[in-house]
Write a protein that binds this ligand. Structure first.
Ligand SMILES: CC(C)(COP(=O)(O)OP(=O)(O)OC[C@H]1O[C@@H](n2cnc3c(N)ncnc32)[C@H](O)[C@@H]1OP(=O)(O)O)[C@@H](O)C(=O)NCCC(=O)NCCS
Length: 385
């Protein structure tokens, strides 16, 4: 029997069962496998959080040491992938060439078509380990910069920063990046994760699920928002112009009947996003250490004004964006950095979906024309131009 109830955007629709993360909107707590993300940010690393999300439990000392070695051993990017990236137009968006890089790694992975949990864990670890180098090398290729190497002993976050810049990363920047990587890693049935689950529910492979998810994350209503936030702050320029900018932005027009301010609002969080509060501390500390409060001053005005005018709170992308900017990261890499982290959540969901799979195939309400007779082409008369 078809249930004809319909919720636009599937708001409030339960689309599956998952044991990976919980968004408790009453307590305003996000937890991964039962652990509050606040504790993970305070006491864990991205690597340990990755282990937790992929294996379901926090590792012992030995398990974490082995896992770190496994990640480090898989860091190098196949030359064929770098060759492919070298032949892409240099004006291509990083989110677009990341899809190509992941698809190429899929073609080269000997386990590509093995959809067992074991094989998918191996592929997930490989992708998690390699993506920072793919992004950093790819970016340098597109900018015609020479490749640089990183110290093999570095943590995941420092390794990425060193490969990108060629310089020894600042410890506070590493800590800030580590925190955002933990917070971006997983978030239930968000659009890109759901897309990955839909893809593998056809018994397609993990790399295909990840490529589809990257394409979904790219949009400004999802991961793409973090790049849009910084563009907005730059356009506003100074805190005294922030309110007028918002007033103009929120003016409805025929072309823009549903105006949006990026970095605000969330389908799940209506009373604030715990993750945004955590990152805001880093954003402020970065501004203090630089002695430059331009971006945090604008952000403060926007935050107060959006709450007053629209009752909306900032989401995670809002404080992440100026934090990355003050860390010197190029704006076109903000959403791809989200990929370096969410690869973990996507992989955990792909494995969970396949462990108890049923094809995801919802239905729709038809609103097209009713049945009509087929008129032979020679008898058709155009009534409209
Ligand atoms: C995240 C988001 C897509 C959630 O969407 P949603 O649950 O479908 O909520 P809606 O977009 O339907 O918003 C409902 C109402 O809240 C308001 N609203 C929500 N987010 C808004 C925003 N960022 N700016 C302005 N108004 C917003 C609007 O009044 C909207 O009503 P309208 O459609 O009549 O204009 C939405 O809040 C948004 O577009 N945010 C900006 C993009 C962003 O930061 N994305 C990253 C999310 S982590």
């Amino acid at each position: 029997m078809v249930d004809n109830s319909y919720s636009p955007g599937l708001e409030g629709i339960v689309a599956g069962i998952s044991g990976i993360s919980e968004i408790d909107t009453d307590k305003n707590v996000l937890s991964y496998r039962g652990y509050n993300v606040q504790d993970l940010c305070d006491r864990s690393s991205f690597e340990e959080t990755t282990y937790l999300l992929l294996f379901g439990e926090l590792p012992t000392l030995q398990q974490l040491a082995d896992f770190n070695e496994q990640l480090k051993a898989e860091r190098d990017v196949p030359k064929a992938v770098l060759d492919v990236l070298s032949n892409i137009p240099t004006n291509a968006e990083p989110m677009d060439w990341l899809k190509i890089a992941v698809a190429t790694m899929g073609i080269m992975d000997p386990l590509a078509d093995d959809n067992s949990s074991e094989a998918n864990l191996t592929k997930a670890i490989r992708l998690t380990a390699k993506l920072p180098a793919v992004l950093a090398h790819g970016y340098r290729i597109m900018q015609s910069l020479p490749p640089v190497s990183s110290d093999p002993s570095l943590s995941h976050a420092s390794h990425f920063l060193q490969l990108l810049t060629g310089e020894k990363p600042d410890p506070f920047a590493v800590e800030a990046l580590n925190t955002t990587l933990i917070l971006y890693a997983e978030h239930g049935f968000n659009a890109s994760t759901f897309c990955a689950r839909v893809t593998v529910s056809t018994q397609s492979d993990l790399h295909s699920g990840v490529v589809a998810a990257i394409g979904t994350l790219k949009g400004p209503l999802h991961g793409g928002a973090n790049e849009e936030v910084m563009k907005m702050l730059l356009e506003i320029g100074t805190a005294d112009k922030a309110r007028a900018w918002i007033d103009k932005r929120l003016t409805k027009s025929a072309d823009n009947p549903r105006p949006r301010v990026m970095g605000f609002g969330h389908r799940e969080y209506k009373n604030g996003d715990q993750r945004a509060k955590i990152v805001k501390g880093y954003t402020r500390a970065l501004a203090d250490s630089l002695g430059d409060h331009r971006w945090t001053d604008i952000a403060d005005v926007l935050e107060d004004y959006m709450l007053q005018e629209k009752g909306l709170h900032p989401n995670l992308d809002f404080p992440v964006s100026p934090a990355y900017y003050m860390m010197g990261l190029p704006i076109p890499l903000y959403t791809p950095i989200f990929v370096l982290s969410r690869i973990v959540g996507w992989s955990a969901h792909i494995i969970e979906q396949l462990a108890n799979n049923r094809l995801i195939r919802p239905t729709n309400i038809y609103n097209g024309p009713s049945l009509k007779p087929y008129v032979p082409i020679s008898d058709r008369v155009r009534t409209t131009s």
